[in-house]
Design a protein around this ligand. Structure first.
Ligand SMILES: *[C@@H]1O[C@H](CO)[C@@H](O)[C@H](O)[C@H]1NC(C)=O
Length: 359
């Protein structure tokens, strides 16, 4: 226990020393790469690109793409997070913080290269987001490989176990069957509500209480790579990639491809990346909040904590985390409901450093 405490203190101290690193030469502050989770190889890939002179956007694409190929935690790239039908779909987004251009794809089927598809949307269309099978058609027409099978033996096994467990846990609420596989129907509560609207007046006890939906997000269920890069010119970009939540209802899109929720960048201010229960986090646009707070002068750490606490006030049980980095390269994290780790690489470091943030 004592050892653990010292270890954590050491991490906190190293993060403080970085915060105090304001006095270092500006040229030493970037390039810089920050990513959610210990996705060390993804950060190395982005670092190689940006250190070699690539733009922030190019480096973000390289970094997130590496995570897709490595299938980071099984929750990025192909072959992970089967939906209710056992299918894997891809969500991804890239944002250029200098032009405020964004490209995103959501619920994309049959194509594994999420961040590259998002980048094609940004670079070769005037749109911001394409979804579903039409996103797949676009990606393939622009040269990405596909259509291909995104299911893996691991995702088949995960899905089979879930089916055998009565399709639990799932994301349904106020339906019958409540504890089983579909097809699902509206439950009695809504039938009663309909009757109420027609003037019937059932007793209080008939309304009963709504079944509470339990949160089943955990460290292996909702991981997203969210990455920020400051390039040698000081320009900032962010990118995300995920295959979403396990056993999601087909068609579900989380925070991953939503600008301002999973990530946001403004070269004039800084950047933010988020991970966690996307269904809840996307209601608050926490990364937009973080960047705007920093614009008004808030330090990254306070900005990140503030954005997390705004969500926690309404959803005390939500699980999520945020990193914030300002244009001077000062970075910090905040989390709720779980211990968060984020990875950083700067020219002052010999390799990627992983920072741990306690809730
Ligand atoms: C896709 O791959 C999975 C796992 O390897 C396999 O079980 C499934 O039959 C494949 N589907 C098609 C349509 O080829």
């Amino acid at each position: 226990m004592a050892t653990k405490h010292i270890f954590i203190t050491a991490i906190l101290l190293s993060s403080i020393s970085l915060v105090l690193g304001h006095s270092v030469q500006k040229s030493e502050m970037y390039p810089l790469v920050v990513s959610t989770w210990p996705f060390v190889d993804a950060v190395r890939a982005a670092w190689r690109a940006v250190d070699g002179g690539s733009s922030a956007v190019e480096a973000v694409v390289e970094g997130c793409s590496a995570c897709e190929e490595l299938r980071c935690d099984g929750t990025v790239g192909p072959g992970g997070s089967p939906d209710e039908n056992g299918e894997t779909t891809i969500d991804a987004m890239v944002m250029d913080g200098s032009t405020m251009e964004v490209g995103a794809i959501a619920a994309m089927r049959y194509v594994k290269d999420g961040i590259r598809a998002a980048n094609l949307v940004m670079r070769h269309t005037k749109h911001t987001m394409l979804v579903g099978e039409k996103a797949s058609e676009f990606a393939i027409s622009m040269g990405l490989p596909g259509p291909m099978n995104l299911t893996s033996p691991e995702s088949v096994e995960k899905w089979s176990k879930w089916k055998a467990n009565g399709c639990l846990p799932n994301f349904r609420k106020n339906v019958v069957p409540q504890n089983g596989c579909g097809p699902y129907h509206l439950n009695d509560y809504f039938l009663l509500t309909a009757e109420l609207q027609e003037g019937t007046c059932p007793g209080d006890d008939m309304l009963g209480s709504l079944p509470s939906s339990s949160s089943h997000v955990d460290v292996k269920n909702h991981d997203t790579i969210s990455m920020a890069v400051i390039d040698q010119m000081g320009k900032i970009a962010v990118g995300t990639s995920t295959n979403g939540a396990n056993f999601k209802i087909p068609g579900r899109v989380g925070d991953g491809p939503i600008t301002g929720s999973s990530a946001y960048a403004d070269t004039e201010v800084g950047a933010c990346g988020a991970t966690g229960d996307g269904d809840i986090m996307m209601r608050f646009l926490p990364c937009y909040q973080v960047v705007e707070s920093m614009r008004l002068g808030m330090e990254p750490e306070l900005a990140a904590k503030d954005a997390i606490s705004r969500i926690a006030r309404k959803y005390p049980d939500f699980v999520g985390a945020i990193f914030a980095v300002n244009k001077d390269g000062v970075h910090a994290g905040a989390c709720h409901g779980w211990t968060f780790q984020y990875s950083v690489r700067t020219s002052a470091m010999k390799d990627v450093k992983v920072f741990t943030v306690l809730p």
